[in-house]
Design a protein. Structure first.
Length: 275
């Protein structure tokens, strides 16, 4: 009997709320960081719908949150005289959301960039293209992954130290294209732990300080193909694959810098250059 009567005040309160049109409390909407990020990263500049201009490709559910593949594509329609001058990748829920900003060489015709990123929580991922007329175009996708920024390094400290700053280049001809004409692909791979600052040393139980590649530049001879400003969201051993159009250069040159001030440089003969 006591248990039954103890419910009466609650029932009375519910009836009063119904009589006076008071709606039950609803769950709060999940926090969306994008408006604040757009203001901070892009100075609150207006953005256009990126359909037909910029595309982003990522798995809906990542197999490994520490190495999530992402491909950015410039998709300007034929006849559009503008060009994409920069692409910014933003992982909204990451501790440092701006993963990378790519600036594209004016004559390189870069139309596709692929890399691997860390994803720390279920999140929207935005790609923003800046065109030569100053307009911004945005697209986004949603990725289910968590823990990527704090995941332990795949390589131990000694192995990582031995590979620090080693740069490799792979060159590919696009299907149906010759080695010195038409669109080609290249891949830059840099040996670097790219520590996020959120990973814990399993022996000392202390956080490993942030230590990552924050600048990358790629040239054909002395002509810029692309540059990257990177952050902690780029995965261990940064790997950048991109399309470009050869300009007759004899050599590829790459320079990378990290947050400790190291400078890494390499150069290679361009395949099919005849030297």
């Amino acid at each position: 009997m006591l248990r039954r009567h103890s419910r009466l005040p609650w029932l009375a309160g519910l009836l009063v709320a119904m009589n006076f049109g008071v709606a039950p409390a609803m769950a709060a909407e999940p926090y969306d960081p994008w408006p604040g990020l757009a203001q901070d990263i892009f100075n609150n500049r207006s953005m256009n719908d990126g359909a037909g201009v910029i595309a982003i490709d990522m798995p809906v559910r990542a197999e490994d949150a520490a190495i999530v593949p992402v491909t950015l594509r410039a998709t300007l329609p034929p006849g559009d005289s503008r060009r994409v001058v920069a692409i910014t990748l933003v992982i909204d829920q990451n501790p440092a959301p701006m993963a990378a900003r790519f600036e594209l060489g004016p004559d390189a015709s870069v139309s596709e960039i692929s890399t691997r990123v860390r994803v720390n929580n279920y999140t929207d991922v935005h790609a923003v293209a800046e065109l030569s007329d100053g307009q911004l175009y945005m697209t986004k996708t949603y990725v289910k992954a968590s823990g990527g920024c704090s995941a332990p390094a795949a390589k131990n400290a000694e192995e990582a130290k031995g590979r620090l700053g080693q740069i490799r280049l792979r060159q590919f001809a696009k299907a149906g294209e010759g080695p010195a004409s038409g669109a080609r692909e290249a891949q830059i791979m840099i040996g670097h732990p790219n520590n996020s600052g959120l990973q814990m040393d399993q022996v000392t139980q202390l956080y490993v300080p942030a230590f990552f590649v924050n600048e990358l530049r790629v040239w054909q001879d002395d002509t810029l193909v692309l540059s990257m400003e990177g952050g902690i969201s780029i995965s261990e051993d940064p790997n950048i694959r991109f399309t470009y159009v050869p300009n007759g250069a004899k050599r590829f040159r790459v320079e990378a810098k990290d947050t400790d001030g190291h400078i890494f440089q390499s150069e290679w003969k361009v395949e099919g250059s005849g030297i």
